[in-house]
Design a protein around this ligand. Structure first.
Ligand code: HEC
Length: 163
């Protein structure tokens, strides 16, 4: 068969396919994309997915280790500072979630929130210090002091993280 003939067959087949689809207009529209939101979501829809141990293990620990590594020597390029910002932002923003998941006891809850706020403040300053090694080291140290303070009070002194 000549190439031209083959092309003609392909074109006629594909146009037949196209028109058969286009003719299908009496089908209902795609339900997935046009689905309305059924009910407004509330705070109750955002219950913790897992316990505090796993929160620390899978959210805080990898970012702590990543930060420690990236700050071991002065970050050399944009890529290294991007990794820094990744970890710093995870720890700063997740401190708000930690804050909201304290113990029931009112006095303990107050203390839990206060320490979480220290992590938030130092974590925020840490994130904003991207590009400035000495500032980053300073805020990293302050943040880890706050992490460790909570571990002293609420984890029986276990998990003292080194800088
Ligand atoms: C408000 C309290 C609080 C703050 C703030 C806090 N932690 Fe924790 N963290 C805990 C508690 C409680 C545990 C022990 C959880 C358990 O085993 O039940 C823990 C455990 C850990 C562990 C051990 C996890 C494991 O798998 O062994 C790591 C790592 C950790 N935290 C990292 C951090 C880092 C990094 C920060 C600061 C950026 C931080 N935490 C801030 C309360 C806190």
């Amino acid at each position: 068969m000549k190439t031209v003939e083959l092309l003609a067959i392909i074109i006629s087949l594909s146009s037949a396919f196209f028109f058969s689809n286009a003719a299908n207009t009496n089908q209902p529209p795609n339900q997935v994309t046009s689905q309305p939101i059924q009910q407004p979501a509330t705070d109750g829809d955002f219950e913790p997915v897992d316990n505090m141990h796993h929160f620390m293990e899978y959210i805080c620990e990898p970012s702590y280790k990543g930060l420690k590594q990236v700050l071991a020597t002065e970050p050399a390029d944009r890529k290294a500072w991007k990794a820094f910002k990744n970890h710093a932002l995870v720890l700063a923003e997740s401190s708000a979630l930690v804050a909201a998941r304290g113990p029931e006891d009112e006095a303990k809850n107050k203390q839990w929130k206060a320490i979480s706020a220290d992590v938030y403040q130092s974590g925020k300053s840490l994130y904003k210090s991207a590009g400035n090694y000495s500032e980053a080291k300073k805020h990293y140290g302050t943040m880890l002091d706050a992490c460790n303070r909570c571990h002293t009070v609420f984890a029986k002194g276990k998990y003292q993280l080194s800088k």
